[in-house]
Ligand binder design. Sequence first.
Ligand code: ATP
Length: 511
Amino acid sequence: MANTEDLFKNIISHSKEYGFIFQSSEIYDGLSAVYDYGQLGALLKNNIREYWWKSMVQMHENIVGIDASIFMHPTTWKASGHVDAFNDPLIDNKDSKKRYRADVLIEDYIAKIEGKINKEVEKAAKRFENFDETMFRGTNARVVEYQKKIDEINTRFKTALEKNDLADVKQIIIDLEIVCPISGTRNWTDVRQFNLMFATQLGSVSEEASTIYLRPETAQGIFVNFLNVYKTGRMKIPFGIAQTGKAFRNEIVARQFIFRMREFEQMEMQFFVKPGTEMQWYDHWKETRMKWHQSLGFPQTQYRFHDHIKLAHYANAACDIEFNFPFGFKELEGIHSRTDFDLKSHEQHSGKKLQYFDTEENQSYVPYVIETSIGLDRMFLAMLSQAYTEEKLENGEERVVLRIPPPLAPYKCAILPHLNKDGLPEMARKIIDNLKFDFYCQYDAKDSIGKRYRRQDAIGTPYCITVDHQSLQDNTVTIRERDSMKQQRVFVESLSSFMDSNTNLKTLLKL
Ligand code: ATP
């Protein structure tokens, strides 16, 4: 098995080779941090989105889904705080002329110290039999010293950001003697704040009011429609509004493939609750969302919560569900208790009342909100990196298999005539005709059966159905399962129900 860095490279090239993900406008050398989904990627992405939508909307009587526009009235972004506070601190190296996010330079420096700690831990773990990692971290002089340094940097950096003291952010970079990875020099400019929203012009009026933004999150489309949905849907608190859709951020540090893109898709749900009950609902959604991830059947150790200590201006509690990507644990989904910040702010900016009338309490109030927000593309990457497996088989052959949960796999089955003659292709075609309305099927008659299995393994097809001479006699076919590679013979008439009970999204929801 390749090391993690190689593994990640292999996943990226596999994605391209099999039509999952391409660089955007590749014939023009691509556009940085923008990607296109190919013929298989689009299917997988649709399936993930559908699974999320079914779990969140279809399975909850008190959650409805909407589809708001990407363009919104510019005041929306004033009210949400994005015009004033959606910034990254940037710094340029004067020699290489390269631009960096100051926080990323500092985080990378910290990651190096963390790397040193991990090395010490690994060394010690090999030396001692009943190794107690927590105790080691708390007592080993070198590790304690490294940890102290990390804590000091974190505290100083956090304070500088909170005070918006950009001079001190620069000073931290200088004090830590951080050099530009390209030029190797410490010739830095001052740190500046840079807004992440893409601005564009609406119509032909050249006043300031005509500057509009590509939405940086889908959430605001939900808040501005709160009253519409509440009234027309006769919703009763607690209730949720969900939506999936594109969001745009002019990310400066664009790296790690589709982990951080400039155009990406979010799947968000805002849950409106009675003030005072938000913590109970926050815990509820934390648990529910973690269960959703774990329903995919990947090892539970691949997920963890990360509670935020420094909260955004709108939140009174927040955490991330982190996933162990090939480059380490990183945010996959955010769960935020957003208080009544957004609705109140939209009330102030629009002059409209955005309140709920509680018939039990006989009073109106601005609801509190719990948000669950997950990046579809990040979920795609989590799925791909967990599913991608390089294996050596018993017969010495090697295979790459995508162990995608069958209900999410792009193709559910491949129909393979054992030989491309003797009426086998005709029978295979008939089987496909019966299945293809309900299941994505592939027909493949080229090359040896072994090669065809490998091709389907590589794209994650859970079942290969082979039609052979016996099939013509007794109307049976073999089904070969992707992960175990075990085969069974079944009657053609039972294929549809076999496929349904093994590849329906219901099976993930344990229904
Ligand atoms: P990060 O700290 O990684 O920049 P964030 O905290 O800004 O993320 P949120 O604003 O909470 O992210 O967005 C919710 C979700 O949207 C994230 O959990 C992530 O899955 C996804 N997301 C955010 N930014 C991007 C991006 N540039 N590319 C792909 N997905 C993204």
